[in-house]
Ligand binder design. Structure first.
Ligand code: CP
Ligand code: NVA
Length: 312
């Protein structure tokens, strides 16, 4: 990685770098559970810019920075991001003050532009194209659960959206087989699949329109909302198009008995997943959300750590 290092999509990381982040995460999580908070980033400051709502990403990053001995600034509308000056000028100035920026933007290009002009690290906190920090927390959770990434396959059921893309790249990087079952017209961007296959030729990635085929022999069944933030107007059409892609008990019965159910949350209960599944014995959605805190610490400590990837 070049300095400053940014995390815009998981293509910014190598398998080895993911392993380094997870090893820091593991160490910090064990210490945290023993009641110890390792203050690895004293005096460092994180700025958060959010153009869309957030519970998990915002609070886990802010809390992570506090636990690491640093501070965080949640920047509201008054800073006029995207309104008072160019994104380039905004990035040049904000990065002169803070050590790292987490940004959730309506347009993926906004994050790319902000990173291009910032002299500190920029982390993508979700765009329509990517949600890299979510996928890292999910992979970490899967390894905690199964002990390795090669224990079995992850089945994505539903929309070929930001989370699906990041998981597809993440699985390829860590060596976990990935299959996606999506309705016609909502498939993963073929360019993302082509990019995965050209960068990581050993990747095991499959696509289908049949959810039952996908969950058979998969150890994790993952779904997300049918209409993401910004797609509210398509909600009704999508409910019709995704009707056969609900993760319910009938579908879960097709998966191995020890398969887990995953969701990045927030969920639309009764649509993409039933109460019985999300509240059932196979669901690990709360562990996933809880691990966001620990993995954010791993990401921050790795980016801002002694090796100076942040450019500071
Ligand atoms: N999963 C996730 O990113 O949740 P938030 O939108 O609440 O941050
Ligand atoms: N795909 C969802 C993820 C939310 C965390 C969205 O973009 O709204």
């Amino acid at each position: 990685m070049k300095d400053p290092a940014h995390l815009i999509t998981l293509f910014d990381l190598s398998s080895h770098e993911i392993e380094s982040i997870f090893s820091i995460t593991e160490d910090l999580k064990v210490k945290f559970e023993e009641g110890h908070r390792d203050e690895l980033l004293p005096g460092r400051v994180l700025a958060l810019l959010f153009e869309k709502p957030s519970l998990r990403t915002r609070v886990s990053f802010e809390t992570a920075m506090l636990h690491l001995g640093g501070g965080s600034l949640f920047l509201g509308d008054d800073v006029g991001f995207g309104k008072r000056e160019t994104v380039a000028d905004f990035g040049r100035v904000l990065s002169a003050y803070v050590d790292v920026i987490v940004v959730r933007a309506k347009q993926h290009q906004t994050v790319v532009e902000l990173a291009r002009h910032s002299t500190c690290s920029v982390i993508n906190g979700l765009t329509d194209e990517a949600h890299p920090c979510q996928a890292l927390a999910d992979l970490f959770t899967l390894r905690e659960r199964f002990g390795s990434f090669t224990a079995g396959r992850l089945a994505w059921i539903g929309d070929g959206n930001n989370v699906a893309r990041s998981l597809a790249i993440g699985c390829a990087l860590v060596g976990m087989p990935f299959v996606a079952a999506m309705p016609p017209g909502y498939e993963l961007d073929p360019q993302v699949i082509a990019d995965i296959q050209s960068t990581l030729p050993q990747a095991q990635i499959a696509v289908t329109n049949d959810p039952r085929e996908a969950v058979r022999e998969s150890i994790a069944v993952y779904t997300d909302v049918w209409a993401s933030m910004g797609q509210e107007e398509e909600k009704e059409q999508r409910q019709r198009d995704f009707a056969d892609y609900q993760v319910n008990q009938t579908l879960m019965k097709q998966a191995p008995a020890d398969a887990v159910f995953m969701h990045c949350l927030p969920a639309r209960r009764g649509l993409e997943v039933t109460d019985q599944v999300i509240d059932g014995r196979q669901s690990i959605v709360v562990q996933q959300a809880a691990n966001r805190l620990h993995v954010q610490k791993g990401i921050l400590a790795w980016l801002l750590g002694t090796k100076g990837r942040s450019g500071r």
